[in-house]
Ligand binder design. Structure first.
Ligand SMILES: C[S@@+](CC[C@H](N)C(=O)[O-])C[C@H]1O[C@@H](n2cnc3c(N)ncnc32)[C@H](O)[C@@H]1O
Length: 369
């Protein structure tokens, strides 16, 4: 099997900052992940453009990153966006049904995804990372995502997607999100596996939470009829049918959910800081908006450790870090197998049962154009 260790180490590491843009930036989940990876891998990064239509998000973003994001992306001329290496976009889960029945780029007009495609077409960054709700994967029997992927490939990108769960990346929140990565040039990108030990809920929860966070006695009594408290803290989740489940982790934070949708030990709401911690935001993140705005922002944000894991592998795949290994793609050939691009050396054939010893097949998690 061709592995990273068979490949030639990359020597020419550049000290130039990696420039990125933060579209639909919210309160900067992608930005925090990028800054953390930059510090961890000692790679300089620079945000050259950010935008979000929501004024409260803009205030929070400016307070935390000393930069006021631009507003509505639909009014931004791509020529006004600086050149950049990576495009990030946690684009809103708009009614995807707008995406019609033609194929590719043209098909996406009228959606916010089209704004991303428009900027990719004009600026042609080296790579991109998009994030959205898991629902996108199954929407319209998978046809919506298929069209999005085909639009990205029509723009000249090798693109692939994966559903990742925040629970696998160390934070006590079950949050499944689809990540889409794309590269201008074929490269060996590995989706992160996660399997990071989950931080205990106890470490996320604050002590001495003020009375205002406690649900009414009626609600608490009602909850206790349906579920019994445990010694270790749990978060009680009420589904649409009124069924209560309790776990040592939170269900996905949601921007527009009822205030009693998640209750710590069935009795109180999460504080702003707790919600941000559940998304992996460091405590250095300044909370400047009121409770309901911060709740909405945290619910809309992305799980920072998941974005960080994706980015780490992207930086490595792009050769922006010492552990990068270069491979001569001229000696490789590609074949689509089960929707994934299998790369193997020329002259070799991919066979389903070639996982046996000394197979020279490698699997790259890229999809072919
Ligand atoms: C899913 S959230 C992304 C959150 C972000 N990834 C974070 O970490 O906080 C989508 C964001 O898109 C913003 N948005 C919606 N329509 C927009 C538009 N036309 N132009 C710019 N931003 C927009 C919303 O205000 C919201 O903050």
């Amino acid at each position: 099997m061709v592995s990273y260790s068979n490949m030639v180490n990359h020597k020419g590491k550049s000290s130039k900052a990696i420039r990125y843009i933060d579209l639909f930036c919210g309160i900067g989940g992608f930005r925090i992940a990028t800054e953390q990876i930059s510090a961890e891998l000692s790679i300089p990064v620079k945000c050259v453009f950010s935008c979000d239509i929501d004024e409260e998000c803009q205030i929070a973003y400016e307070e935390n990153f000393s930069e006021m994001p631009a507003g509505d992306i639909t009014t931004v001329d791509a020529r006004d966006i600086p050149e950049h290496d990576i495009l990030f976009a946690g684009f809103p889960c708009q009614p995807f049904s707008i995406i019609g029945y033609r194929r590719g780029f043209e098909d996406t007009r009228g959606t916010l995804f089209f704004e991303i495609a428009r900027i990719l077409e004009a600026k042609k960054p080296t790579a991109f990372v998009l994030e959205n709700v898991k629902l996108l994967v199954g929407h319209n029997n998978g046809k919506t995502l298929k069209r999005i992927m085909s639009a990205l490939r029509d723009l000249g990108y090798y693109a692939d997607f994966r559903v990742l769960n925040a629970l696998d990346f160390g934070i006590p929140q079950k949050r499944e999100r689809v990540f889409i990565v794309g590269f201008k040039k074929a490269c060996l990108f590995d989706w992160p596996k996660g399997s990071i030990h989950m931080t205990a809920l106890q470490e996320i929860l604050e002590d001495n939470v003020p009375d205002q966070y406690y649900a009414s006695e009626r609600i608490r009594k009602n909850r206790l009829k349906k579920h019994k408290p445990t010694k270790e803290p749990t978060i009680w989740h009420e589904n649409k049918a009124g069924h209560i489940s309790a776990y040592p982790f939170s269900c996905a934070l949601r921007a527009g959910a009822s205030y009693n949708y998640l209750l710590v030990n069935g009795e109180r709401r999460l504080t702003s800081r707790e919600m941000l911690r559940l998304q992996g935001f460091p405590d250095s993140f300044k909370i400047v908006c009121n409770y309901s705005q911060t709740r909405k922002q945290a619910g809309n944000s992305l799980p920072v450790p998941v974005a960080k894991a994706v980015l780490k592998n992207l930086f490595i795949a792009q050769g922006w870090h010492d552990s990068y290994v270069e491979h001569d793609f001229n000696n490789l050939q590609y074949q689509m197998v089960d929707g994934q691009m299998m790369i193997f050396e020329k002259g070799e054939k991919y066979g389903r049962r070639t996982k046996v010893k000394n197979s020279r097949k490698i699997q790259a998690t890229l999809s072919a154009k």
